[in-house]
Design a protein. Sequence first.
Length: 318
Amino acid sequence: MDDYEFEKFKRNDSIDFYDNTYLKASNLNSSIRYQLDLLDQLDLFTRKHSENVATITYNLCRKLHLSKGFTEYCVTCAYIHDIGKMFIPKEILQKNGALTQEEFEVIKTHTTLGYNLCQTDKKLKPYSAGPYYHHEALDGSGYPQGLVKPDIPYEAQIIRVADEFDALVSKRQYKSHIDISESLKIIIENTKPSSKAPQNTKYSKEGKNNKNIVKKLIKVVIDDTNYEISRLMDYIEYLKQEIKRFEKIDSLVKKRDSSKKEKDYQYYTEYIKLYLKKNEPIEKISDIHNDFLNTFNEKNKNLKKLYDEIKIIKSLKV
């Protein structure tokens, strides 16, 4: 394989869930670039999570057909939704294992801490809804205020769904959209009424998440899964062509090695070179061929799983 194809080979081993090409700093206005600079003060995991939530928020806004201006506003709110975590002690924020109730109460303060920071910074103040409201739930079971549906800003309802989805994806360490329907089922479950919700309001049967936003999330995941299927099909076709090339080389090697005349041996040796690519020593061709065959079989299995998975995702009801 030449260098380009080797890189292509490696890239197809996993899927980047968040293609944020359109969110690169060079394409953003000065306000959003300011928020990105602030993320450098967060730990690596929280910073990556913030970027992912911003990307999902952008995709949700597109599916919701929101205006360009409101979309940019929502994306900026999403970038800084966890900015208050810079004030949470690292031993709690980065703790391995379950948090105690006391530690969880400390974590919950990141919403008000983020809001207070925004109120002291004129560049952040317009986007304070992201940090303050993203853990509020439509049924009143959220925090910090326990607000209900009409009192929760729409941007926060969007960010809540994006935040929950990325938390599940990161926790389960998905490398593909295979089995991602299990995470969607959890989010769908959170759109249903819960007995744990406050029962003293007419919104106790709302569930935590906005149903329409969750429906759009499913469409975003369907688009992403179709894209992965398309990429995988292209990659499988590439592998198929390469395997044919290796089969041709194998055939020529056999003819060369069975040659009784030196000139025939040299003829096939030169012929083989026409099929070899950079960094493919002839003595390693058999091993490389087997690697491609194994990868081809593995990717075909994954393709089948993705087809099965997208059927499940399309059947999900909110």
